[in-house]
Design a protein around this ligand. Structure first.
Ligand code: PHE
Length: 337
């Protein structure tokens, strides 16, 4: 069997390391020990043919030597790569490296702005669960089981057939009114889900902002004033709103709310399909059955509720033509904001 004298190997290694003058020499030294045919590599190959008694000691010594050579190479390398003060040349006129900083998603900016405006008008922010049961999403909102109005919302049902992904943020009204007595002034922003085919203006998830204001004398006039103020502040210009009669089971009367077109100021253009108005949200006066479901006296209290689609709002503000871009994670899109 070939014998290897590790002591001798160590002395040789020290010699060749000493004579290495630069990084290239050092690389040569490295390869002569650790390359495919390197001395250390070959020594390791011998271990398998050794007797048990010899193997243990040899293996230990070999490992020590390996570590010793590695460390010495590292040490020399550090010396060769070290910048010598005074000899180094720094171009202070070279342009700096730009740090790539992240920023908020346009939907996050929209949600925060909406919250800020409503908070300034005295609304409290409330959150509710994204997984609901039928009672909160439908029954308590005056949509009884088997009522055709349930079909107004394409629903993702969970496996048990009782729980669902909330189709709107209106259930937060119920959670809140169960625990709090009027007068009330809340908004509930959050994610909602619809089991729908997607296109440029529909996605299976999007953001709603629910509003609820209840008092002794709260009327539609209060609603118009507040929502007009909200839109004007949000878009930074005077916005008018108009109401059209509509049906939502949890309000009576119910409205579809339009705002004057931002692009043409109400004169009529391609964005508003020449009508001067843009459909923006649903609203209405809270239905007595909703108060009843929360043990609130509907003869004593009255108020309004509304639901704004935040994605639509962001699309109008930033002139985005496809809702799916928000959830695409596409940096080419996101970096424009
Ligand atoms: N929840 C309704 C929707 O899903 C919006 C709405 C909220 C309408 C409150 C009236 C009152 O579209």
């Amino acid at each position: 069997m070939l014998k290897i004298d590790l002591k001798k190997l160590k002395i040789e290694a020290q010699k060749s390391l000493k004579s290495a003058k630069n990084l290239k020499d050092l690389d040569g030294v490295f390869r002569s020990y650790f390359g495919k045919k390197g001395e250390i590599t070959q020594a390791f190959n011998l271990i398998k043919d050794m007797s048990k008694e010899v193997r243990a000691k040899f293996g230990k010594d070999l490992n020590n030597l390996k570590r010793f050579i590695e460390k010495s190479i590292e040490g020399k390398k550090a010396i060769f790569t070290k910048v010598v003060p005074g000899k180094e040349w720094l171009d202070v006129t070279a342009p700096g490296k730009k740090l790539s900083l992240g920023h908020l998603h346009p939907l996050t900016v929209t949600i925060r702005k909406a919250i800020e405006i409503f908070q300034e008008m005295g609304f409290t922010v409330v959150e509710g669960p994204e997984i609901e049961n039928e009672f909160y999403n439908f029954d308590a909102l005056n949509v009884p089981p088997d009522h055709p109005a349930r079909d107004l919302w394409d629903t993702f049902w969970l496996k048990d057939g009782k729980m669902l992904l909330r189709t709107h943020t209106s259930p937060v009204q119920i959670h809140y009114m169960e625990k709090n007595n009027p007068p009330l002034r809340i908004i509930a922003p959050g994610r909602v889900f619809r089991y729908e085919a997607t296109d440029a203006s529909h996605d299976v998830q999007f953001y709603h902002l629910e509003g609820l204001m209840v008092g002794k004398t709260i009327s539609v006039a209060n609603f118009i004033a507040i929502i007009q103020e909200f839109f004007s502040r949000f878009f930074g210009k005077e916005v008018k709103v108009r109401l059209r009669p509509s049906y939502f089971p949890f309000v009576e009367p119910g409205f579809e709310v339009d705002m004057s077109c931002l692009t043409c100021g109400g004169l009529g253009c391609s964005v508003c399909k020449k009508t001067g108005w843009l459909e923006i949200m649903g609203a209405g006066m809270v239905h007595p059955n909703v108060y009843n479901a929360c043990a609130i006296n509907s003869k004593e209290w009255q108020g309004f509720a509304f639901g704004i689609g935040l994605d639509r709002l962001a699309m109008m503000k930033y002139k985005i033509n496809d809702i799916r871009l928000f959830y695409s994670g596409d940096l080419r899109f996101l970096e424009q904001f």
